[in-house]
Structures are given as structure tokens and as C-alpha cells.
Design a protein around this ligand. Sequence first.
Ligand SMILES: Cc1cc2nc3c(=O)[nH]c(=O)nc-3n(C[C@H](O)[C@H](O)[C@H](O)COP(=O)(O)OP(=O)(O)OC[C@H]3O[C@@H](n4cnc5c(N)ncnc54)[C@H](O)[C@@H]3O)c2cc1C
Length: 359
Amino acid sequence: MQVVVVGSGYAGTLVANRVSKKVKDAEITVINPRPDFVERVRLHQQIAGTASAATPLVEVLREGITARVGTVDKIGNGTVALTDGARIDFDYVFLAVGSTVAPMPGTVPVGTWEGAQQAREALTALPAGSQVTVIGGGPTGIETAAEIAEARTDLRVRLVGSAVGGGLADGARRRLRAGLERLTIDIVDDDVLEIGSGAGQFDGVVRLRLGWDLASDLTLWAIVSDVPDLAARSGLAVDPRGRAVVDEFLRSVSDERIFAVGDCAAVPGARFACYTALPQAIHAADNFARLHKGRKPKPHSFPYWNRGISLGRKDAITQFTHADDSVRRAYLAGRVAVTLKEMGAHSAFSTARAGVSSF
Ligand SMILES: Cc1cc2nc3c(=O)[nH]c(=O)nc-3n(C[C@H](O)[C@H](O)[C@H](O)COP(=O)(O)OP(=O)(O)OC[C@H]3O[C@@H](n4cnc5c(N)ncnc54)[C@H](O)[C@@H]3O)c2cc1C
């Protein structure tokens, strides 16, 4: 039984480890563009130099799993084709290629490993007094701006977004903005129209919709909006965002041999989060094991209960939610929220590595 896992982020790594535990005769090959597992939830820390986000795949994949460094170009009828020309036959595929970014020219994206490395280098080279602009008022932008402001107090940090902290309830949003201001972050509630080029590769003028022009020495794009087009390119049914359309068992509606999990799967109600990717991976692996034993797969469901946003290492917000992810009024802030956020990040890593549910 040949099982190919495309992408070794949270979802792919967890699937591979769990299938290897549950289906002893599965020969598992994991294909990933780099030899490391990247903890994307720590990319803002990687950029600010407060943590390392990469761990060698050999340390997170169980013995017996083959890790193949490469990029999948197309998933065909029973075969995956890699960009280096190799082809691998499969009985089942798990599509777990995550999400990606579509940065404005003149900015460095922070939502991918390559972008984060570039951002870290650019940030390290910035002299004291330089202006950093982070574009994106969602969790990625907020966490990135806060991490940099706390780690590099010699820099000026500005956060630009149409609704900074807009996904939170009123109380949590006010507390979040107070936390950002305490870190001396300049919050600009507006959309970016374009980036005017400067003397260097990533400096220039950030042009806002309301007519302001802001000078910036380093502009970071902190919006994760897209998914890789592998599913669409492979002829699988995709939703308008390009995510693979799946049935209630997390299989592609185009091909029952293909499970799709994590950010690249159009699971109803799911947002881009390792918080949703991990339960999906567990469920898909278990459904695969059930099918393998001749049993019926079970439908996937997942209740939300919170959203965590870090504000550097000493502050955070936990916004409590209803099961459908709509926000409650209740929230936590400060040390307790920091502990919850760190426990979440730590448990995401250990769940993926162990292949065992901690939910
Ligand atoms: C700064 C930041 C902070 C975040 N904080 C949180 C948080 O606090 N809580 C939370 O729940 N979520 C958070 N997220 C979101 C979370 O990281 C993602 O939702 C999560 O990583 C999705 O997991 P995944 O396995 O689907 O995809 P990923 O972790 O992105 O893994 C996908 C893998 O597939 C690989 N891949 C892509 N294309 C191919 C291809 N063609 N062939 C082979 N491999 C391929 C990628 O290189 C990658 O290794 C954060 C994201 C960022 C950027």
C-alpha cells in the first residue's frame, strides 16, 4: 500500500506519523520542498530572532517513513509528478500543501519560510532608528509587529491594516490595541494601495487608500491569503480560493484516493490555522485506517473554542469563541494568555511529531 503525503507542515507531518502507527503495511513517502519541518506559528519569532522555527524532518517523522525533498508539480491518476522529473505511484495521497502569500512588489512576505528568512536578514541589517512597516491587520500582522517591536526597541514599528484586530470582540480588540501601543507600535487603520520604490529593494513609500504616503525602510507583507495552485493544476475540484473541495470524510470530491487536509482543504467553516489543520489530519488518517480495515469512514466535525494572538513574549490575547468560531465577549490577556498561546504552539508541534491527538 503506497501512501504519498504532499507537504510536511503540521497537517502532513501528523498524517504521516499517524498512518505509520495505525496501518503497518503502509509504505509512506513524504514530499516537502525542504528537509525541515517549519513551525509556521513561530515564523514571526524566526524573523525577530526570538525562536527558531525549523526542525529537521528526520527528527519529526517516525522511523520507516521516507522523506523526499522536492516539490510536487502535479497529482495525476495514481502518480505524483515532481518538478525534478521524478514520478511516484500511489494508492492514496494526502494533499497537505498549506497556504501561501501574494505579496505586493517591494515587500517581504512573512508567511512563508523563504520570506521569513529574507525578512530576518533584512531586519538584522537595519540600523537603529529605521522605520519598519508591517502590512496586515490580522493575527499574522499583529504578531509580527509586536514581536519585532519588543525584540528591536531601537526601531520604529508601524502596523497598517484596514481593521487591526477586527476579528475580535470589542473588549479584546481594545485590549489588543492598548497592548500594541504599549509596545510603541504606530497603528494605521487603512488599506495599502501600492508601494513606491525606494533606493533599496524593500524600502520606499507605502501609499495608503486615504491619500497618505508613509516612508518605510523595510516593508513586510503579513497577509496569508492564498493556497498553492497544485489542486487546481491537478484537475481536482477547487473552491473560489483554490482550496480542494472535500466530502465529509475529507476526501477530494474528484478522486476518493486523495485526502486533502489543512489550509489547502475547503473544509466548511475552517479558517487558515494549525488549530484546524491538526484535527483534520487526525481525522483523515483515522478514516484512511478505517477504510483499510474495511470499515466505514466517519464524517469530520470540529468545535472551535478560542483564538490566541501573541503580543511579543510577555503579553497575549485569548479571545473565546462559540463552537462555530463566532466571538464571545469573554477574553483573557497578559500572562495567562501568554501561557495558553505557548501551550498551543508547543502542543501543535508535539501533536504533529507524535501523531497522537492532544485535542
Ligand atoms: C506568523 C504566523 C503565525 C501563526 N499563528 C497561528 C496560531 O497562533 N494559531 C494557529 O492555529 N495558526 C496560526 N498560523 C497559521 C498556521 O501556521 C497555518 O494555518 C498552518 O501552518 C497550516 O498547516 P498546514 O499543514 O495546512 O500547512 P503548512 O504548515 O503551511 O505546511 C504546508 C507544507 O507543504 C509544503 N508544500 C507547499 N507546496 C508544496 C508542493 N507543491 N509540493 C510539496 N510540498 C509543498 C510547504 O512548503 C509546507 O512545508 C500562523 C501563521 C503564521 C504565518
